[in-house]
Ligand binder design. Structure first.
Ligand code: AMP
Length: 390
């Protein structure tokens, strides 16, 4: 994969696809992590005297009323503050104003183009990778840098479209993500996978891909109960993915030595924090009880496998981490992997949110920020945004 240091950007017009899809509250940026994360790539291009033209999406644009709340203007302001230099914001995604601004750029100038998804208002041109739009944006620059990992699993005009017309590479953010995730392609052994979260249905692709490579798959969270049901346990009112019981049976049958299920769980009688909970052995659940977290013996069991791991990956929380009471299992294992320096990659989405809440995100080996992109990587799928660069 070509990265930023592999292509000549000196004095060039460099188009960078960033991920400035920041949370907004009443027109203000609620969290600027994604903007600060983009700075190394931008600064590197400035050091090389490039003319930097930034693209990003922000939210979804389905109707005219979505335009103003997804306006990228506040991002331009924040970027100016962070970089300590002017950022010209062009409130258009195409046309004379944009073209003139680019033609008048000097070295080290920065332009931020309006939200690429403004092009979705008529005919979803951005999201459907309209060929004319990708070619047009590409015509504005000399080279293309994709640094938006979160949309790498999508074929949009602002990533795949532009990349198919210009000499392209990935930026530092994507490079960092790939360097970590690629360690899972041919993992060192023992390779341990931790899976949690709600539904088996969402994780079928990940299980099918990783079960081939993993030495152990430790399953917690809501999805463990469908596996336990498949093993014949009474799971009471715990989360059940009825349609996938057979899938779970098949996985257990084909890989009996790899699948590790909870041996005890924290149970209660309603999906809330109001009631007290009990820790119960997995064979003792009553018909009116539901398991909302793994129990201490399961934590020990999981830890014993994790401490042997050469590398591990973890997708999905092991309990209902949104409730203080039922985030203990997830937190406990997070603390264990951090305290024991276990090389673990948190595979996007809710587990990264959980780790961020409890202060472990910065301490783990790698926390992948991709959400859907990370999940598709773990499923072994080809990611269109990367294929276009290859
Ligand atoms: P996912 O997006 O598939 O990773 O699922 C994350 C969700 O799984 C979180 O909202 C958790 O509350 C939920 N979850 C984890 N454990 C359980 C459980 N035992 N019962 C119900 N939901 C759970």
């Amino acid at each position: 994969m070509k990265t930023l240091k592999d292509i000549n950007i000196e004095n060039k017009k460099v188009l960078i696809r960033c991920d400035f899809n920041v949370p907004m509250k009443e027109g203000k940026i609620a969290d600027d992590t994604r903007i600060t994360a983009a700075l190394p790539t931008i600064k590197y291009c400035l050091e090389k005297n490039a003319k930097v033209i930034l693209f990003s999406h922000l939210g979804r644009v389905k109707e005219a009323s979505d335009l103003e709340k997804n306006n990228l203007a506040p991002v331009a302001k924040r970027l100016e503050e962070l970089l300590g230099q002017p950022v010209t914001f062009i409130d258009k995604t195409r046309g004379e104003e944009l073209e003139n601004a680019i033609n008048n750029m000097k070295e080290k100038d920065i332009i931020l183009v309006q939200n690429t998804r403004y092009e979705d208002l008529e005919g979803k041109k951005e999201s459907k990778n309209d060929p004319e739009l990708g070619a047009y944006w590409a015509s504005l620059g000399d080279v293309f840098v994709n640094d938006a990992f979160g949309t790498i699993h999508r074929a949009h005009a602002s990533n795949v479209g532009i990349a198919s017309h210009l000499n392209s590479c990935v930026g530092f953010l994507i490079e960092k993500e790939l360097t970590a995730l690629q360690e899972l392609d041919n993992p060192k052994h023992p390779f341990v996978v931790v899976l949690g979260g709600a539904k088996v249905a969402d994780k079928i692709g990940v299980i099918e891909n990783l079960v081939k490579k993993a030495d152990k798959i430790l399953i917690g969270g809501g999805m463990a109960f469908t596996f336990l049901k498949a093993e014949g346990y009474e799971i009471g009112n715990s989360l059940l993915d009825q349609e996938n019981i057979e899938f779970c049976q098949k996985v257990i049958k084909e890989h009996p030595d790899k699948i590790v299920l909870p041996v005890d769980v924290a149970v209660t009688t309603e999906y809330s924090e109001k009631e007290d909970y009990k820790v119960k052995d997995i064979s003792d659940l009553e018909y009116n009880e539901m398991g909302l977290d793994i129990g201490p013996s399961t934590e020990k069991l999981f830890e014993n496998y994790l401490k042997e791991a050469s590398i591990a990956v973890w997708n999905g929380p092991l309990g209902v981490y949104e409730f203080e009471k039922y985030k203990q299992g997830t937190d406990h294992i997070l603390k264990f992997v951090v305290d024991n320096n276990i090389k673990i990659i948190l595979g996007g989405g809710d587990i990264v949110a959980a780790a961020s809440q409890s202060g472990y995100k910065e301490k783990v080996y790698h926390a992948s920020t991709g959400g859907g992109a990370t999940l598709e990587y773990l499923e072994g799928k080809k990611l269109p945004g990367l294929e276009a660069i290859k």
